[in-house]
Design a protein around this ligand. Structure first.
Ligand code: PLP
Length: 358
C-alpha cells in the first residue's frame, strides 16, 4: 500500500489508524456478526457509538452541560438555511462578518427566509484579511462568522467581540484544531469532512437560547427543537460517518486532546509559513496576523510556475496543492490529521522547486 501526502481541502486526509478501524468494522462490527453499514441505527451497538461521539466532542471542546450536540446531514450548507430558519422570527435579521464565500452564501440563505446584513466584508481585497474589530448593526438577533476561511487561508485568532449579541460560528475547517470558548456561542456547526471525519455528517452544537428561539413548527428535518428531542434520530443518520467521526475524536484524545493538537498544528503551519517567508520567491495570500493554521494559501512568481509546481508535486506524491479557482495559486490544507511528515516533505519540495526556478 502506498499513501501519498494528501493536502486536499476536503474531504481531507484521515488518520490511517482510523481508516483501518473503519475497514475492520465493515464486515463484522464489534464481533456482532453484522457489518458496520448493516446494523440498525437503533441497535445497542450503534447507540453506544453515537453516544460516545457526543461524549468525546463535549469533552474535547468543553461544551457546556446545558448545550445540545447533534450529528445531522446536509453539510454546513444546510446549516446556512437552518440557522436563520430556527433563530429568526419574522422581522428579525442577522449580522454577518463576510470573510469569504462561505459566509457570503450563509448571508444569501438568511435573506432567503428572513433578513441579514454584512457588517464587514473583505471581498474587495479578495478576502486577505480578518477584521480586528467589528461593529454590530444594532438591530440583529445574532452575528454569524466563519472561524477559518478554507479557500483564502485566513482565520480568526480570537472570538469576535460583539457585546451580548449571540454568536453563530461556522467551524467547518478548524473545529477541534484549537480550544474555543463554546459558551460564547449560540450555535456552532461544522461539516465533518475537513477536521472530523468523512462527508455526510455535520456536528451542530446548540445553546439553550438557540433552542428557545427554535420555536418549532418547521419541517421536522429542519427543526432544531425536534432534532434535539429525537437525539438526531428523527430519520436514519449517517451511521458509517458517525462511527468514523467517533474514531477521529478518539484519535484526537489519544494524541493528548486540544493541547497537543494545537501545538502540532502551530508547528506545522509555522514550518510552511517560514518557508514561504524565507525569500521573496513565494507570496502568501493572507495578510499578516490573519494566517490560517489549517489552510495555507500561497503562490509562486507566476501562474505557469504554479501549474508546474502542482504537476511536479503530484509526480512526487504530494497531492491536492492546487489553489481554489477563486484565489488561484497554491493551497496546502494541513488539518489535524495531516502528518507532520507530510508538511516536512512539502517544505523540502518547495525549497527544491525554488532552487530550480528561483
Ligand atoms: C467546506 C466548507 C463549507 C461547506 O460545507 P458542506 O459540508 O459541503 O456544505 C462551509 N463552510 C466552510 C468554512 C467550509 O470549509
Amino acid at each position: 500500500m502506498s499513501r501519498v501526502h494528501n493536502f486536499s481541502a476536503g474531504p481531507a486526509v484521515l488518520p490511517l489508524s482510523v481508516v483501518e478501524q473503519i475497514q475492520a468494522a465493515l464486515p463484522d462490527f464489534q464481533g456482532c456478526g453484522l457489518g458496520l453499514m448493516e446494523i440498525s441505527h437503533r441497535s445497542a451497538a450503534f447507540d453506544g457509538v453515537h453516544r460516545m461521539a457526543e461524549t468525546r466532542l463535549r469533552r474535547i471542546l468543553s461544551v457546556p452541560d446545558d448545550y445540545k450536540v447533534l450529528f445531522l446531514q446536509g453539510g454546513a450548507s444546510l446549516q446556512f438555511h437552518m440557522v436563520p430558519l430556527n433563530l429568526l422570527t419574522p422581522g428579525e435579521s442577522a449580522d454577518f462578518i463576510v470573510t469569504g464565500i462561505w459566509t457570503k452564501k450563509a448571508l444569501v440563505e438568511a435573506r432567503r427566509s428572513h433578513a441579514g446584513q454584512a457588517i464587514w466584508s473583505g471581498e474587495e481585497g479578495n478576502y486577505r484579511r480578518i477584521p480586528e474589530t467589528v461593529t454590530p448593526s444594532g438591530n440583529a438577533t445574532y452575528l454569524h462568522y466563519t472561524t477559518n476561511n478554507t479557500i483564502y487561508g485566513t482565520q480568526f485568532k480570537a472570538t469576535p467581540e460583539a457585546g451580548a449579541l449571540p454568536l453563530v460560528a461556522d467551524m467547518s475547517s478548524d473545529i477541534c484544531s484549537r480550544p474555543v470558548d463554546i459558551a460564547r456561542h449560540a450555535v456552532v456547526f461544522a461539516g465533518a469532512q475537513k477536521n472530523l471525519g468523512p462527508s455526510g455528517v455535520t456536528a451542530v452544537i446548540l445553546s439553550p437560547w438557540a433552542l428557545e428561539k427554535a420555536a418549532g413548527d418547521l419541517n421536522p428535518m429542519l427543526d432544531y427543537r425536534l432534532q434535539v428531542e429525537k437525539r438526531g434520530l428523527f430519520n436514519t443518520p449517517n451511521t458509517l460517518g458517525i462511527f468514523a467521526l467517533e474514531r477521529v475524536l478518539a484519535w484526537v484524545e489519544d494524541q493528548g486532546g486540544l493541547t497537543a493538537t494545537t501545538e502540532q498544528n502551530l508547528s506545522k503551519a509555522n514550518a510552511l509559513y517560514t518557508q514561504i517567508d524565507r525569500t521573496g520567491f513565494w507570496t502568501g495570500h493572507a495578510a499578516e496576523g490573519c494566517r490560517s493554521d489549517m489552510n495555507v494559501a500561497f503562490r509562486s512568481p507566476s501562474a505557469d510556475l504554479d501549474a508546474a509546481f502542482v504537476a511536479q508535486a503530484n509526480a512526487a506524491g504530494l497531492m491536492g496543492l492546487k489553489g481554489h479557482r477563486s484565489v488561484g495559486g497554491l493551497r496546502a490544507s494541513i488539518y489535524n490529521a495531516c502528518p507532520p511528515g507530510s508538511v516536512d516533505a512539502l517544505v523540502s519540495f518547495m525549497a527544491d522547486f525554488e532552487a530550480k526556478n528561483g
